[in-house]
Design a protein around this ligand. Structure first.
Ligand code: PLP
Length: 455
C-alpha cells in the first residue's frame, strides 16, 4: 500500500524527483506537477485532492469493465494465493493459461483456435513480426520479409512496435523504423479525401496498399497490419468500403492480414472484435488492454489456422517467448473479465444501446460552433475542432493542435471533472463499456460544457 498521509504537493515533488513518465516532456511536467489519481469506481476516478473525474478514456483504452469489479479482484487474489507464477516454457503450463486459451478460441472469430501469449500489445506485435517471417520461411518463401502498415497507425513502443507504427515523431528518435517495414497513408477522409465521397475515398485509400505491394514486389511482402479503427492516431473510423477492399487485395496477393485489436478487441466497437465490425478475416490478431480490462498486464496474438498449421506441423521449435507469456494471475483475471462481460452482456449493450446513443449525442454536438466532424464506432469517438466552419463536411479552419485542443482537454476537461484526450485537432474518447445510457448523456453534457468554456 502507498503512504496516504502525503499531500498532493508531496506526491508531485517525489514524482518529479524520481519518475520518468512515458511519452512526457520531463521538465514541463515537473513545472506543472502530475495529477495523482488515487481511486476508481465504475466510470469515475478520484484524485488526491478528492476531485471526481468521469474517465472517458478507460484509463488508457483498457478499463472496459470499469473500476472496482470484485470478480476480477477475487480472481487475482485467489490465483496469487494458490500459485502467483509459473512459466509456460519447457513443457509446463498452468490451468488458468490453458483455460484462457480455450475461452479465447471461443470468443474470437472461427479461424482462431490458438493463442500465443505476451505481456503487452507491443510484445504481441513483436511476436507478429517474428511469426509472419517464420511462416514464410517455413512455406519456402523466405524472401517475403516486408511488413506493410500505415502512417499514423499505432502498434506499440518497442523497437518493432514503434517501427510498425506510423508515428513520425517516434521514428525521429532512436533510429526507427527497423528494416523490412514500409508504410502507406491512412484512410483519413478529412485529410486525404477532398472532393470524394467517403466510399470513393475508402476504395482509393485501400488502393494505396496495392500500389505499395507492386512497388515493393508482391513476392517480397509478408503481411499487412492495421487497427480496424485507428485509436491513438485520433479515432479515425475508415469508410465502410476500406477494409473489405484491403481484404480483397491481401487475398489476391496471398499476403497475411493482421488485425491489431489492442484497442478494438473485447467489445469496444460493438462486436467482440473490430475485424467483425469491419468485415475482415484476419490471419493474426493482436490483443492486450481489454482482455483483462487493464487490471493486470496481458497481451498476445490469436493465430489463425492458416498460420498455426504451418507453425505446428512444419515448424519445430519457435524460438520466441516471454517470461510472462501466459502469466497465471493475468490469465485468471482475463477469465474473470471475459466471463463478466458475457454475464453483463457488455458487447450487446455497446452494439444496441450505448454505442448508438453515443453516436447520436456526438452527432448533435455538430451544432456547436467549435465542432467540425464527429466520428464514432461503438464506444470510441472523436470530435474534430475547428476555429471556423467553412461548410458542412467538417472541413473548417483548424484549431492549433498543439496549443488549443490540448488546452480544452487538459484545462477545461480536467478542471471540470472529465478525462478526454487531445490528438492533433481531435478530442477523443473511449469510455468504459459498463457505461449506462444515462452516463452517455452525462458525458455529453460535460463535453458541451468544456466546449462552451473554450468559446
Ligand atoms: N497496438 C495498439 C493498436 C495500441 O493502441 C497499443 C497501445 O495503445 C499498442 C499496440 C501497444 O500496446 P502496449 O502499450 O500494451 O504495449
Amino acid at each position: 500500500m502507498t503512504t496516504t498521509t502525503r499531500t498532493t504537493a508531496d506526491w508531485q515533488a517525489l514524482d518529479a524527483a524520481h519518475f520518468l513518465h512515458p511519452f512526457t516532456d520531463f521538465q514541463a511536467l515537473a513545472k506543472k506537477g502530475s495529477r495523482i489519481i488515487e481511486r476508481g469506481e465504475n466510470v469515475y476516478l478520484w484524485d488526491t485532492d478528492g476531485h471526481r473525474l468521469f474517465d472517458a478514456m478507460s484509463g488508457l483504452w483498457c478499463v472496459n469493465v470499469g473500476y472496482g469489479q470484485q470478480a476480477l479482484i477475487d480472481a487475482a487474489t485467489a490465483q496469487m494465493t494458490k500459485l502467483p507464477f509459473y512459466n509456460s516454457f519447457f513443457q509446463t503450463t498452468t490451468p488458468p493459461a490453458v483455460e484462457l486459451a480455450e475461452l479465447l478460441a471461443e470468443v474470437t472469430p472461427p479461424q482462431f483456435k490458438h493463442v500465443f501469449f505476451a505481456g503487452s500489445g507491443s510484445e504481441g506485435n513483436d511476436t507478429v513480426i517474428r511469426m509472419v517471417r517464420r511462416y514464410w520461411d517455413l512455406k519456402g518463401q523466405p524472401e517475403r520479409q516486408v511488413i506493410l502498415s500505415r502512417w499514423n497507425g499505432y502498434h506499440g513502443s518497442t523497437m518493432a512496435g514503434a517501427s510498425l507504427g506510423g508515428m513520425k515523431y517516434m521514428h525521429a528518435q532512436g533510429g526507427l523504423p527497423i528494416p523490412g517495414i514500409d508504410h502507406i497513408d491512412q484512410p483519413h477522409w478529412l485529410e486525404h479525401g477532398a472532393g470524394m465521397t467517403r466510399d470513393e475515398f475508402g476504395l482509393k485509400a485501400a488502393g494505396w496498399l496495392e500500389q505499395k505491394i507492386l512497388e515493393v514486389g508482391p513476392d517480397k511482402v509478408a503481411a499487412f497490419i492495421g487497427e480496424p479503427v485507428q485509436g491513438a492516431g485520433g479515432v479515425i473510423v475508415p469508410p465502410a468500403t476500406y477494409w473489405p477492399e484491403i481484404q480483397r487485395i491481401c487475398d489476391q496477393y496471398g499476403i497475411l492480414l493482421v488485425s491489431d485489436e489492442v484497442i478494438t478487441g473485447f467489445g469496444r466497437t460493438g462486436n467482440w472484435f473490430g475485424c467483425e465490425t469491419m468485415g475482415t478475416r484476419p490471419d493474426l490478431m493482436t490483443f492486450a488492454k481489454g482482455v483483462t480490462s487493464g487490471y493486470v498486464p496481458l497481451g498476445g496474438v490469436m493465430v489463425g489456422e492458416r498460420v498455426a498449421k504451418v507453425l505446428i506441423e512444419q515448424g519445430g521449435e519457435f524460438e520466441h517467448g516471454y517470461t510472462y507469456s501466459g502469466h497465471p494471475v493475468a490469465c485468471a483475471v482475463a477469465l474473470a473479465n471475459i466471463r463478466l462481460m458475457r454475464e453483463q452482456r457488455l458487447v450487446e449493450r455497446v452494439r444496441d444501446e450505448t454505442g448508438p446513443r453515443l453516436a447520436a449525442v456526438f452527432e448533435s454536438l455538430r451544432d456547436h460552433p467549435l465542432v467540425g466532424e464527429t466520428q464514432s464506432c461503438g464506444l470510441m469517438a472523436a470530435l474534430q475542432l475547428v476555429r471556423a466552419k467553412d461548410g458542412t463536411d467538417g472541413r473548417g479552419t483548424p484549431f492549433d493542435p498543439a496549443l488549443e485542443v490540448g488546452m480544452v482537454c487538459r484545462g477545461h476537461c480536467f478542471g471540470n471533472g472529465l478525462v478526454m484526450r487531445a490528438v492533433g485537432d481531435r478530442m477523443i474518447i473511449a469510455p468504459p463499456l459498463v457505461m449506462t445510457v444515462e452516463q452517455v448523456d452525462e458525458l455529453a453534457g460535460l463535453i458541451r460544457l468544456c466546449l462552451d468554456l473554450t468559446l
